[in-house]
Design a protein around this ligand. Sequence first.
Ligand code: GLN
Length: 467
Amino acid sequence: MSDLGGIAKDLVARLRAADASGLNATLHWSDATVGAEAARVEALRGAGTVLPLEGMPVALKDNIVTTDAPTTCASRILEGYQSPYDATVVTRLRDAGALIAAKTNLDEFAMGSSTEHSAFGRVRHPTHPDRVPGGSSGGSAALVAAGVVPAALGSETGGSVRQPASFCGVVGIKPTYGRVSRFGLVAFGSSLDCVSVFGRTVADAGRVLEVIAGSDPRDATTVDAPPLVRETTPVSLQGLRIGLPAEYFPSDLDAGVRAGVDRVAAALRGMGADLVPVSLPHTPFAVPTYYVLAPAEAASNLARYDGVRYGVRRVGPAGDLPALYRATRGEGFGPEVRRRILVGTYVLSAGYYDAYYRKAQQVRNLIAADFSSAFAPGGVDLLLTPTTPTPAFKAGEKTDDPVAMYLADIFVCAVSLAGLPAMSLPAGRSGGLSIGAQLIAPAFGEARMIAVAAAIEAAIDADAEVR
Ligand code: GLN
């Protein structure tokens, strides 16, 4: 039986040390909330409740609402906002006996791939402070990698958990769209958004996902699929067919990344899997398609921050409502968020809608169809790819070049457009920097994907240099 007081005390010490180190991964936590969490779990235990995550500290990206802390989305515009309700995933974690440890730093409104677009300063990479931890869920990834918490929630719209997991050397799982409730996840791109999980190990991430998964009457896009039950005994990989999509292994792929994924492929082959070449021909269109659709949805979702209903309000001359909107939104949103709103508004406007938004929707279908044919009967069971084209890049390297930043998502955003489950797992190191390998599964195929990931995890030394 766990000593909850001791767990809370150690957790506070680790959070304090992480903050003191300048990691900048947390936005809100306090001694008092951690203590209250321990007391709450103690009471649940006293009541005899079954607690699958008893005493497990879990951090939350600060775009997931909680009643006992602010939710800022790392934006000035939400200053002073505190939710009157918990997100469904938070309720499920609390009911399972997890300790909500902290709210973590992110790119403003989850828009970014480096956590440099936070209004509260960038998150440092946990082992290479001059580099980025990835994004947008960089705070959650860094906190798990630094050993502060064994697991954390992030969110994915287009790779924001898998990409930072890869950069920080932890496990990141994005579930099937509809597997996990979005109720209480602040909306960015509603047709893409998925609460997703980081873990130090495949088992830790899997346990948390199992708890938060399931349909929710408060989110009509959740699906009443059979429950996600992990396979806890080692699975046989004999005859498993793993596809290697040619488009994810371009000739200019970083040599360390290629070596890491090759090592995973060799491990799979050694365990009896068949590695087969496949093609996902519409892959080159994934980044442009994503960067039309996600901003379009964001422009619509972020219209609610009008200076009237949430957070800050900058009042102009009396009676001038447009001036209030301009002042509040102009000051409240950072440059990347403003860019997305402008792009999104443009691609949705009369005269451009057909050329951009409608076209992108059509290409989205083609991208999803690529995956459907790869996974069709007689095809493959899973796909194996790199998670990112390079290891963690230097802070400041891409901040002046939005397109370079967007291209960091080249291997992660097709999956998001297709709504499929995928995960990044540590594959080794190149020059000390973590390399991530990505597994992609058919819709609702999380259990098998996680089991295969656990087999890979047991077969390789993810801390070893790959070349
Ligand atoms: N990097 C992508 C973007 O900036 C993905 C973000 C996300 O998944 N939340 O939009």
